[in-house]
Design a binder for this molecule. Structure first.
Ligand SMILES: Cc1ncc(COP(=O)(O)O)c(C=O)c1O
Length: 365
């Protein structure tokens, strides 16, 4: 068996130890005589898997006790509708900070449910930075302020936590799409009203959506919110109002255990810093490639880069693939290349990429 270095933006590389354990437990989970996919979600075996996964996630992110962790379905894109349906209450307006394709999509969907005020946007400068909070123009009484704290496509990551108290608006809940950097760095959950993300980047298989929501925000849904997407219903039923994505929760739980064995979020953050420094460090010191994001806002997880001579793109992709480095093509809206280097990508994978890039540049310069 030979495995490639997989730089996919998601679904993405998973820790090999997790895949091996899942393979070992495929036919018989801990003597149950059946695999996890075959278990009733209400049986004691699966209940223990789900409870452990939730407890481990709570521990890893230091989620305060007044926050609920929900395991949902529909992905982050469904949350773009589910969030306004749940948080609007009697308010009419929600504020959006637009820093790239994903927050752009979020505000567009929200317009079906409420008035949207664009509190700040970096569209005119090509989505390469994050506007300082002092520049955000919040509306008078928004239901929430929406942010995407890591824009997977543009490779732009918030270098600060969006703490509205610092601009005198601490009463407004901050919502954050953390799909592509959850668990990659320490976060102060208490600064947010709600965090959400699809699991298929840093957590596990597609099909599971994580929502972390402050308790006082439950019970505000609009009357036509589907029952299965009403956060209060989901919370009251321990994420089992409908059948949850059981296998995805199981794999997520194995990833959480892997992270704990690796030393938790602070330890993985240190590794992520080292990986990002290696790749950006190389990009910055050569004149064959470039990254166009404001250095202060560069994502540690998603690194878009361009060959200065774009005529070499196809050769770069073909040769990198032949060298066992896959999924490096940039998103079609940005072009160029993109290397996603999530938690499960070891430093050795980033080193292999940099070695290939250096070699390619030497041969083609
Ligand atoms: C930041 C961000 N938000 C939203 C999405 C959409 O997620 P999904 O396809 O799970 O709905 C993605 C990813 O693909 C993403 O990276």
């Amino acid at each position: 068996m030979s495995r490639v270095w997989n730089f996919s933006a998601g679904p993405a590389v998973l820790p090999e130890a997790v895949l091996r354990q899942a393979a070992e437990e495929m036919l018989d989970w801990h003597g149950a005589g059946m695999g996890v996919m075959e278990m009733s979600h209400r049986g004691k075996e699966f209940m223990s898997i789900a409870e452990a996964a939730e407890a481990d996630l709570r521990e890893l992110l230091a989620v305060p006790s007044n926050y609920r962790i929900l395991f949902m379905q529909g992905g982050a894109i469904a949350e773009n509708a589910i969030i306004p349906m749940n948080l609007l209450g009697t308010r009419r307006v929600a504020d959006y900070v637009v820093t790239g394709s994903w927050s752009m999509k979020s505000q567009k969907e929200a317009r079906r449910y409420c008035e949207v005020n664009i509190a700040a946007s970096t569209e005119s400068s090509g989505f390469t930075s994050v506007p300082a909070m002092t520049e955000w123009k919040l509306s008078a009484d928004p239901a929430f302020v929406f942010t995407c704290t890591n824009e997977t496509i543009g490779g732009v990551e918030f270098p600060f936590e969006p703490d509205l108290a610092t601009i005198g608006r601490g009463e407004v809940p901050v919502v954050a799409d953390v799909s592509s950097h959850i668990l990659s760095r320490r976060m102060d959950i208490s600064k947010y009203g709600l965090l959400f993300g699809g699991a298929q980047k840093n957590i596990g298989p597609a099909g599971l959506t994580i929502v972390i929501v402050r308790e006082d925000l439950l019970g505000r849904s609009v009357p036509d919110c589907p029952t299965a997407f009403d956060y209060k219903t989901v919370a009251d039923n321990g994420s089992m109002y409908n059948t949850p994505p059981t296998y995805a929760i199981y794999i997520a739980g194995l990833v959480f255990q892997w992270l704990k064995r690796a030393g938790g979020v602070a330890a993985i953050e240190a590794q992520n810093v080292a990986k990002a420094e290696l790749l950006y460090g190389y990009l910055d010191q050569c004149d064959f490639y470039e990254n166009r994001v404001d250095p202060a806002c560069r994502s540690r997880m998603n690194v878009p880069f361009f060959l200065k001579d774009e005529r070499l793109n196809e050769a770069f992709l073909a040769e990198s693939r032949a060298a066992g480095l896959v999924q490096l093509k940039g998103h079609k809206s940005v072009g160029g290349m993109r290397a996603s280097i999530y938690n499960a990508m070891p430093l050795a994978g980033v080193q292999a990429l940099v070695d290939f890039m250096r070699d390619f540049a030497a041969r083609r310069a």
